[in-house]
Design a protein around this ligand. Sequence first.
Ligand code: EPU
Length: 426
Amino acid sequence: MEYFRVEGGRPLEGTVRVQGAKNSALPLLAATLLARGETVLRNCPELTDVAAALDILACLGCRAGREGDTVRVDTSTLSGCVIPDGLMGRMRASVLFLGALLARIGEAHTGWPGGCALGARPIDLHLGAFRTLGALVLDRGSLLSCESAGLRGRMLCLPFPSVGATENAMLCACGARGVTVIRNAAREPEIVDLQNFLRSMGAEVHGAGSGRILIRGGKPLHPTDYTVMPDRIAAATFLCAVASAGGEGELTGVCSRDLIPVLASLETAGCAISKEADRLVIRVKRPLRGIGRLTTGPWPAFPTDAQPLLAAALAGGEGTTEIVETVFERRFRYAGGLRAMGADLRVAGDTAYLSGRPLRGAEVKAADLRGGAALTIAALGAEGESRIGGLDHIDRGYRGLEKDLSALGASIRRIRSTSGTKSSDT
Ligand code: EPU
């Protein structure tokens, strides 16, 4: 059992280099399957979700290994098309391997993907895209089979701009002869990164970042050497940590443009932020102000992944904020933990009503990845000691959150309790 021990209520001061983006690295790892040979991915963060993607590649017969932040995937030994349930269930993004396998070898068999319990999280839009491109998709309860004797480019219209379904459609369309047009595509920065990666493999893809993406598929692709984009949600985590505790923090290796909605909200709350293209400095004099109303949504709206992070910072401030969550059904699972720290937070349906007031340390447990990061952020602003459990959730998306927060000047340690009473720092 591991937990974070946080001594809160002290302003931060420090510099952190932001990791590569989890939500880009995962689709790019699936996309390595599209070409035969060795692809190199740089700035690929060491996370348990990335380890799960490498395990899937290894299980399919590929050689996948890591040296520091550089991952090499050799797909020339690809020999399988079955992803066992146990591997598939380790994360949500495992579903992206289906689109890539269909494109490369026309076949994929597996169970259902896992991931954070944020609501129902169906994959109907992914499977619908495969079917439109000519795949036969059989859903036998816990077993999914996708097969195709020849994918064909088509017009695809997504009823909702799902990030994962857009990525899967792009991957699958690379193996479909002719032109595929994805309408109402997701416009998140990670979609643009996937387009750039596919282009570096020789694919013809246009329009990512807009709602209409065009892919001319069926061409042989080649391996590539590519650097994963910076993680905008990890960056938002560090900004909100400084916002919560007060002080000054410098973030390097960021893409400031990808953080525009988050920066705007932090500025409304009273944070001063100096911006350069790849560097941010945030200065915060507490208390933060409430920001009125915040509504999450697909890009360019406020990102759902950053919603718990900002709520945690605002909980210890002053004034009121109403947060409307429009993307996931169960994204307020951190609310109980914040209340244990003394937060005045009420959730009704898709809306959380927050009234800022000073927080105090408490013993809490992460229920999901961003919720766990949010509780850590709140603990940094709360007077006294907090203990945050459920680190397996947090480790899915952060390469040692405690190390990066320590670099920012936080008093945080990972403790491994060896028995009911003994514990040791790790
Ligand atoms: N949806 C469907 N059917 C589908 C696909 C999605 O109904 O076939 C619904 C979902 O249930 C949800 C909404 O559409 O209500 C949005 O889901 P989307 O497909 O856009 O999200 P995702 O691809 O499952 C990615 C990130 C999430 C991030 C969302 C939204 C990865 C691996 N995950 O998930 O990241 O919250 O986009 O931006 O890229 C995280 O990093 O903590 C995380 C949850």
